[in-house]
Design a protein around this ligand. Sequence first.
Ligand code: PLP
Length: 468
Amino acid sequence: MEKQDWLRLLPAVDQLLSESSLQELLENYPRWLVLKGVREILQEYRESILAAETEDRLEELDLSTDNIAREAVQYIKELNSFNLRPVINAAGTVIHTNLGRAPLAPSAEEALLGVSSCYSNLEFSLERGERDSRQSHVEKLLCELTGAEAALVVNNNAAAVFLVLNTLAGGGEVIISRGELVEIGGSFRMPEVMSSSGAKMVEVGATNKCYLSDYENAVTDQTKVLLKVHTSNYRIMGFTEEVSRRELVTLGKQAGLPVVEDLGSGVLVDLDKYGVEKEPRVQDCLEEGVSVVTFSGDKLLGGPQAGIILGSAGMIDRFKNNQIARALRVDKFTVAALEATLRIYWDEERAVREIPVLAMLTRKLEDLKKQAQKLQRLIKQKSSGGKLEIIEGKSTAGGGALPMADLPTYVVTYLPDGESSQVLARKLRLGDPPVIARVHQDRLYFDVRTVRAGEEKIIAEALGRALE
Ligand SMILES: *Cc1c(COP(=O)(O)O)cnc(C)c1O
């Protein structure tokens, strides 16, 4: 048969539309969308026919109306489904920037939903009946929790650093150690943020060693800020020397310069109390005399995306009065979710229990093991063939936090029979809901640390479908 004859075998658009499955879709979906889907699937088949090099390839194509209608239905449903959706994180990275960083605590989710489809007192004092600041909902809470005098919340920590440097050092110089020129996920690099804020970066010391004298020698009458950046996603090991926060604060006092610290993650609880690597707490930085601290809302704090700036009332007022602040301001969803998240911190034990990021980081090994066993059991029921095992593994904190944390975990691994695990991982990602697993040594790795209760069954069923 000629290619033309094969093309003639394809069903017509009208013929497909009269199939009951597509008729059903037409009741709920706009006609143009259904037509678009049908036409695109037909076009794909035409292209496959024209591209087929052998008769065998052509024979493999199922050109029945039935089959093409089924594919069209699936494709149209995909076209109509949301791009941004919940996924199951079985990769074990707790603060996964690509997967939306911190999942919110239930009370934060509730607060966010609560203000989303109605009016709220976002910038209105119910007491005085007049305009108020949106910051008022979180500022006092932040001060009470951290001991700061004043606070300002902006879009994210990059915005916070930008605003602080632009306000304090625009046109002036900022001194920073060469060991602290952080890059976060490619788009936030200290030197670039610095130059866009209008501040001139003065690097001191070497990558591995920096002394107080390096800072002292770099101070000129152009210096506006001494900047300390937490190396949140890397560590410099070996032959090293770093100037402590206290020493820098002392120098700042002598030279009449503010010390600004970009803490990156910003944690409020003592993580080492719960068996996780020590991170400087926000409270500690302020207590040691740092003038301004900035950190993210959606890293270790476990709240919504936000940048939090803490400092003296005088400092914070200067940031608030910078015209740029308006462009960096937070929306009501962020304010609602952040307020609710912060309120959980009134009770530290509740915070460690209810804030997903903290709960996941501090999970007990026995608990992880039990969950891995449950997942293994469920997968066994849904899969035939392949090699299923539980192994000891390591989770990562991710999101520019705790780069050296030792987070032992249990991982369910699956070595498929015949099929490649890359292909399986892709099928899992494209499923509904998408499941994100790791692939290592041609096995699928499901790290249960980030798998929420009840998701084990969904993962097992998704794998079962991917294996069909
Ligand atoms: C993560 C991080 C940032 C950027 O914070 P965002 O909230 O993602 O904008 C800046 N500095 C440090 C040290 C960080 O770890």
